[in-house]
Ligand binder design. Structure first.
Ligand code: ZN
Length: 292
């Protein structure tokens, strides 16, 4: 066992509190906030960005078939049509026959929706998984962080991928490189200051950790708030055009095998946090539309 592995394994709650990590958004020394079942969580005192220490993870998420077909079954069965409509409108407003790249396209639901709405768009999706060819959509199986893409697109979008990435500076820089000079970048991610997240933190303090552990599991490494996301994009040379506050369809929420009664109770709780979050603009998700 090398020294670094030994050091990581020997961490106690006290040493975690004494250690600090640099904020991936602004570089400020950040404080240990808590230990979940999967990771050590840190928070930046400057931009309030919350993130997992990648070295503390038990394991990195494997984005194979299991991720799409079991763990997030409802998520992928019930696409976020309200968000798709908003993105389609933003693209049409920018350029009717735009070339569009979806980074981390998953099964390509958003691209398929855009294809139906506007067949004049030229659509490409990139993901770590492979996709069956679809008429009018090009799918590439690659990692944008390690592969050079030579083509440039009018619209580069990424739907709920950036929170899975360790090097978010490089990720945004790559999105910019793949976007034409007067193009737009559309980015959707989680909102760590949403009513849903705050409710999970409160429940954790009361001793119920399941909801918090689920939100801060090993596959979500960067928990943006509205200002930390804007700060990241601006620091990388983008200007923010608009932020859209939104949730996911209630039917898309996945719970890890609870009883029907418990599932109903949890759904009522999630519905309440979504409704209140919409009212005060602290929704579970946020989408920024930026200019290069
Ligand atoms: Zn920060």
């Amino acid at each position: 066992m090398d020294f670094y592995t030994l050091k990581t394994k020997c961490r106690t709650e006290e040493t975690r509190r004494l250690m600090s990590q640099l904020c991936p958004v602004c570089g400020t020394s950040s404080h240990f906030e808590c230990r979940t079942q999967d990771a050590d969580i840190y928070r930046c005192p400057e931009c309030d960005h919350c993130f997992s220490d990648p070295n503390s993870l038990k394991s990195f998420e494997d984005y194979g078939t299991e991720y799409y077909e079991e763990t997030h079954q409802n998520w992928f069965k019930k696409p976020n049509i309200a968000l798709f409509k908003a993105i389609s409108k933003a693209i049409a407003y920018h350029k009717q026959d735009a070339t569009v790249l979806d980074v981390g396209c998953g099964r390509g639901d958003l691209l398929k929706y855009l294809r139906r709405e506007n067949p004049s768009l030229s659509l490409t999706g990139i993901d770590l998984i492979s996709n069956e060819p679809v008429d009018g959509i090009e799918f590439l199986q690659t990692d944008i962080l390690t592969t050079d893409m030579h083509q440039r697109y009018d619209v580069v979008m990424s739907f709920l991928a950036i929170e899975h990435v360790v090097d978010i500076q490089k990720f945004v820089s790559r999105l910019r490189e793949m976007c034409v000079t007067d193009g737009i970048i559309i980015l959707t991610t989680l909102n760590d200051r949403s009513v849903l997240y705050e409710s999970a933190k409160m429940l954790r303090r009361l001793g119920y950790k399941a909801a918090h552990d689920r939100l801060y599991s090993q596959h979500h490494l960067n928990h943006f708030n509205v200002s930390s996301l804007k700060r990241l994009m601006k620091a990388n040379g983008c200007s923010i055009v608009k932020t859209i506050f939104h949730n996911i369809p209630l039917a898309a929420v996945d719970f890890p095998s609870p009883s029907p009664a418990l599932r109903m109770l949890l759904l009522c709780g999630v519905w309440a946090t979504f409704a209140f979050g919409t009212l005060i603009r602290r929704t579970y998700l946020q989408t920024v539309i930026c200019k290069q």
